[in-house]
Design a protein. Structure first.
Length: 82
């Protein structure tokens, strides 16, 4: 349908990498969770830095709330690496 209507979603490469890594679709995400991804990316770009998936994962974790997925802040002492 998107190809037929020549409609495109304005998604960045970083945004797509986050969704692919966590294996969730855009339609499964809570709007507030999507805003956190965008806010992180904008903060990185405002500091003249490329957003990194490893840094995002160190700060946020994927959480399921009902039928939706969202990102919430990790606890200060938590780490995403084993």
């Amino acid at each position: 349908m998107f190809d037929y209507c020549s409609y495109r979603l304005p998604l960045t490469n970083f945004f797509i990498r986050v969704l692919l890594f966590h294996e969730v679709y855009l339609s499964q995400m809570n709007p507030f969770g999507l805003a956190k991804v965008c806010q992180f990316e904008l903060a990185c770009r405002s500091l003249d830095s490329d957003p990194a998936l490893d840094v995002f994962r160190a700060l946020y974790k994927l959480n399921r709330s009902g039928d939706w997925y969202t990102f919430e802040i990790r606890k200060k002492n938590a780490c995403c690496y084993s």
